[in-house]
Design a binder for this molecule. Sequence first.
Ligand code: TA6
Length: 301
Amino acid sequence: MNRSTPQVERVELGELACWRVRHAGAELLVAQQGAQVLSYRHDGQPPLIWLSEQAAYGRGQSVRGGVPVCWPWFGDLARNPAAVRDLHPQDVPAPAHGLVRGLDWQLLGIDNTEGRVSLAFACLRPDTDLPGWPVGLELKLTIALDDRLTLDLTSHNRGIHAVTLSQALHSYFAVSDIRQVEVEGLAGSRYRDSLQDWRECSQEGALRFIGETDRLYLDLPPRLSILDRPWQRRITLEASGSRSAVVWNPWIDKARRLSQFDDDAWQGMLCIETANVLDDVRQLAPGQQHKLSVSLATEPL
Ligand code: TA6
């Protein structure tokens, strides 16, 4: 196979139209629904992006794993700042992680130049009124593969009112054993612990895992990494347009309650979600844009 010429092919997984990209010894799989990265791996190595073995490829539901897009709010709307909550009608149920991860997105184009393949998607506000989608707010995701994988999530306020967003690129990473990895770059940052009634805590040193973990970190540097000694690698995340991230592992009990998730799958995955949450939510004035980006790579130890 010619390693320099990227290959892009359309494939069907269950009910979902997907795009498989092969380039420079790496393979990327993206579902058009939700513009969801499903998997990303380099030949001969364990995957970077984790995909559940119980994944269901059905219309209207997010696939467990990959990088679901959480927008125009992250998580439980009720736990968001008032400026984000106020965008959504009180009397309308608000799905977890917003409105777009199970919607059909439109492929705007595939660009294949200079050793970089990028797929651009747009999520258009459905004709059927979708309460909670701020009028005039447009959403695009560009997914680019060269020696790393870069996701750019751009919100553009073409409306006449200011809009405040919380959002996340909900990235699931594959790890050898959650009990033997650590997250670097969080030291000294404050975080809200959703498992301790959202109280504010401070991170001492690198983060290691001894149980269910569900934390929203704030005031972060651009670079975080997952140090995985058993797999002799470090996964790096370079963020821009973001000073916050969510770190999540369900551990044993919650794993049993999750859809599309083997009871023991908690051992081999870790979510680090590049975000704009809590103090880091973003207000867009009319005409303004905001780009939330993350670039993923792996380095040998
Ligand atoms: O990002 C962490 C989190 O909010 C967890 O609390 C857990 O609910 C996870 O997202 C998965 O959510 P989902 O709706 O995809 O099952």
